[in-house]
Design a protein around this ligand. Sequence first.
Ligand SMILES: C[S@@+](CC[C@H](N)C(=O)[O-])C[C@H]1O[C@@H](n2cnc3c(N)ncnc32)[C@H](O)[C@@H]1O
Length: 135
Amino acid sequence: MAWYKRQFEDEDPHRLSWYAESETSRHEVDFIVEHLGLDPGTRILDLCCGQGRHLVELIRRGYDVVGVDLSAYMLDHCNKALEAAGVHSCLVQSDMREINFYSEFDGVINMRTSFGYLESDEEDQKVLSTEPPSR
Ligand SMILES: C[S@@+](CC[C@H](N)C(=O)[O-])C[C@H]1O[C@@H](n2cnc3c(N)ncnc32)[C@H](O)[C@@H]1O
């Protein structure tokens, strides 16, 4: 099994909660908002959303955010974070190379070492491709 599947089948719960509520996460969202330059209400894809520490904060700030992640465990934590914050989002379990979105979003984020660790540069390149995957 690829390491990035095994790695995120579970996580240290203490580390998850530390990141979720950290000041760092809020500063990262400040950076996202400033650099994407998008108005609240626009659509953002959080590719490899993990436990949703950016996704939840962006929704709080008025953005319409969809989260994609491969790990059911991380998506479960993301759902709990959404519930705790009293906000809603659509979460999709998918490999980042195989998403079925092409032009639905105004911006895409991929945060904290969620890129560049696939098996080869060619596999990483598939994530950046704007072409539909060949089936
Ligand atoms: C280091 S975590 C970062 C999570 C989140 N972006 C953050 O900043 O907190 C990497 C995330 O990428 C997800 N991931 C790993 N390989 C993936 C793949 N091939 N497709 C989609 N998600 C993947 C993991 O499940 C994990 O949630």
